[in-house]
Design a binder for this molecule. Sequence first.
Ligand SMILES: Cc1cc2nc3c(=O)[nH]c(=O)nc-3n(C[C@H](O)[C@H](O)[C@H](O)COP(=O)(O)OP(=O)(O)OC[C@H]3O[C@@H](n4cnc5c(N)ncnc54)[C@H](O)[C@@H]3O)c2cc1C
Length: 292
Amino acid sequence: MKISSLLTSPSTTLSFEFFPPKNVTGSSTLFKTIKELIPYKPSFVSVTYGAGGATRHLTHDLVESIHKKTDLNIMAHLTCIGSTKDEIFAILKRYQDIGICNIMALRGDLPKDSSINPFPYGGFRYAGELVQFIKKHFPDFCVGVAGFPEGHPETPNRLKEIDYLKQKIDQGADFICTQLFFNNNDFYDFKERAALNGINCPIVAGIMPIITRSGYIRMADLAGGARYPAKLLKKLIDADDADIHKIGEEWSVTQVTDLIKQKVSGIHLYTLNKSTSSIRVIQQTSLSETLS
Ligand SMILES: Cc1cc2nc3c(=O)[nH]c(=O)nc-3n(C[C@H](O)[C@H](O)[C@H](O)COP(=O)(O)OP(=O)(O)OC[C@H]3O[C@@H](n4cnc5c(N)ncnc54)[C@H](O)[C@@H]3O)c2cc1C
């Protein structure tokens, strides 16, 4: 089912993000997680894509596998950096053939090594071009694009950034899903700036419950994420592993509760392929009301 239709609902949707595991153990852990999350009736689940790397086929395999084994509504992430138009066409065709109708259209990060040309084939320079390509060749796909409440590091000009986001919507994107954030004010301000620029599509909020110290340190290194509020850092700094888990969950519960109160279109939980924190967040917020 198209995510755009689900996002017309007046209540907040719930969705989960998974990444493709690299080995059999990771795969069985993920399918256990999926089984544990199915009772919470997500509107959709998404599968990330390894930009520019040799792991891309893992995304296609996982999407196919979830599609075969469950009734879940799936969104496949697709990055265009370093790909030819023919390659992208073939991937989209494969998804269309198995009945996937939701694509998260992304550019992908630029290679860290500046001597590598990220656009060797004259393919796609920005995600907006991918959106346009999808809508031209596969008009029935519902397309989501990325938004960055804290800003994307490549565009220090915040006015231009929202102009570029508007371009992606004008090029055909149906909704925006955000990078994870820990301060809801960043999200509300982003949403308001988007609206001022004529962006009226649904914006789904990306929330990641912190699970481990190494995890939140790694997230700080990501493009466009993450800025930890001092109030949160103060709690995390001297905490042991068990406490970090609990602090992470409590912080997400507070964020989600407030977002729902402010009538956010959707909550997208970055699960890190684990179910415990996501389940606790759902159970402690009105996200669980969709179950009754
Ligand atoms: C929800 C979400 C899911 C993600 N999933 C994945 C994933 O599965 N795999 C993965 O590798 N990465 C993923 N990413 C990360 C993403 O690929 C990177 O952050 C990447 O650097 C930017 O991708 P984008 O789609 O926002 O690119 P774009 O929208 O193309 O933007 C890239 C940069 O270029 C600027 N820009 C855009 N259009 C123009 C223009 N016309 N002219 C000049 N500048 C422009 C933007 O402001 C931005 O700074 C995800 C990010 C989010 C928020």
